[in-house]
Design a protein around this ligand. Structure first.
Ligand code: CTP
Length: 387
């Protein structure tokens, strides 16, 4: 809770969540305590209420334990000030340190004066947070405490509770699912020291593996050479070439319920790699290339009831090409992106993707790759249920 007149509505949100069998722990900023007392929430929730970084030195570091044990964090109401502080990674009280330390999904229910909500800087902060994966329960329009009428009123209790319960369902949505993820580029040797490769950083696949593990999946990650370390709890198999990636994928495939193929597998490799380093005087002018196996097409041909997700880096008719791959490789979902767009995709931390499946397309905004990973896994969970 942060300090706003709508603070009393947080009492109702806490009660409704408890009725839905959710365990609720409350963190209050100093300003929030001007509106409602910690005792109210202590009584409502039956849990200690965190009000200061310096609460109780006998306990585990409180903001860290709160951050770690939370499945979802929901800020009701959230002021413009706390939105601004979050957007800049501030950590100056118990709420801000908890927010900075948590890996759980964060939901914000803003409440403020219309002009404060509409102000460019507030909207820029909201955009920053959205790109980083924070969810917003949009404020409604109506009579505000300051006497104005307009946008900025706290969303209704049921809207906030519904958003929280939906996020909680997502948190364990892949419990028990055996997921195979591929990531990174492959390197196809020209000789022992040189290779043909590509600029894939592996970030998107590592983000999928990490988020899937958090949601309860048992993840095997087959990774080409990247500079990332394996996410905690993920079984990581490291490979170099497309042929090695195919072998590692085929070995893990029988035990997989679903595959997310983010790897930028080389389509071509030098036909006759040299056993010894090529001296420049003896180097050929032309490199003769041959096709590698299409790993994903191979999986699609022996699919069973698995769910298969492919990625497609395209230029031009992005959706058209992606749809072609959906059918050609027998996939359930293609995550396509336009690699001609500057600053996103390959070797970047953000991506703009289009989801293409049998029913249509969904164009997404520019998002952090971890947010793209969440969006992919939301759709994967639905596809697994529909099998
Ligand atoms: N893929 C694969 N094996 C390959 C090549 C690609 O499994 N040898 C997978 C990628 O991991 C990705 C999808 O297939 O999920 C990309 O499809 P692909 O048709 O290979 O894309 P492009 O390489 O861009 O192909 P094209 O040049 O035909 O557009």
């Amino acid at each position: 809770m942060t300090g706003g007149v709508a603070a009393y509505k947080a009492c109702e949100v806490a009660r409704e969540l408890m009725r839905a069998d959710v365990r609720v722990k409350v963190v209050m900023t100093a300003a929030a305590q001007r509106f409602v007392t910690p005792l109210t929430f202590r009584t409502l929730t039956g849990e200690p209420v965190a009000v200061s970084l310096w609460d109780d030195p006998s306990q585990r570091v409180h903001h860290i334990s709160l951050a770690e044990e939370a499945d979802v964090v929901v800020i009701v109401p959230c002021t413009a000030n706390v939105i601004a502080k979050m957007a800049h990674g501030r950590a100056d009280d118990i709420l801000m340190t908890t927010l900075l330390a948590t890996e759980a999904p964060v939901i914000i229910a803003p409440a403020m004066n219309t002009h404060m909500w509409r102000k460019g800087i507030t909207q820029a902060n909201v955009t920053t947070l959205r790109e980083r994966g924070v969810l917003f329960v949009e404020p409604g329009t109506g009579e505000l405490a300051c006497g104005d009428t307009g946008e900025g009123r706290l969303a209704t209790v049921s809207e906030i509770v519904d958003a929280t319960l939906a996020a909680l369902r997502r948190v364990r949505s892949l419990e028990g699912v055996r997921l195979l993820v591929t990531a990174g580029p492959t390197r196809e040797p020209i000789d022992p020291v040189r290779f043909v490769g590509n600029r894939s950083s592996g970030r998107q696949g590592y983000a999928v593996a990490e988020e899937a593990t958090r949601r309860g999946a048992d993840v095997t990650l087959v990774s080409g050479p990247v500079s990332l370390s394996a996410p905690f709890g993920v079984r990581c198999v490291r490979v170099e070439t497309a042929a090695e990636m195919r072998d590692a994928v085929m070995a893990a495939y029988p035990a997989a319920d679903a595959v997310v193929m983010t790897a930028a597998v080389a389509d071509l490799r030098p036909a006759a790699p040299a056993a010894d380093k090529l001296k420049k005087d003896a180097a050929p002018d032309l490199l003769s290339l041959e096709r590698t196996d299409d790993i994903l097409a191979g999986l699609g041909a022996d699919k069973g009831d698995r769910v298969l997700v492919g990625f497609a880096a395209e230029t031009g008719d992005v959706v058209g090409y992606a749809r072609g791959k959906l059918t050609a490789k027998n996939l359930d979902l293609v995550v396509a992106n336009d690699v001609s767009e500057p600053g996103v995709g390959f070797d970047s931390t953000v991506n703009r993707v289009v989801f293409v499946n049998a029913n249509g397309e969904e164009h997404m905004p520019v998002m952090d790759k971890r947010v793209v990973a969440s969006a992919v896994l939301d759709r994967l969970a639905i596809l697994l249920k529909e099998r």
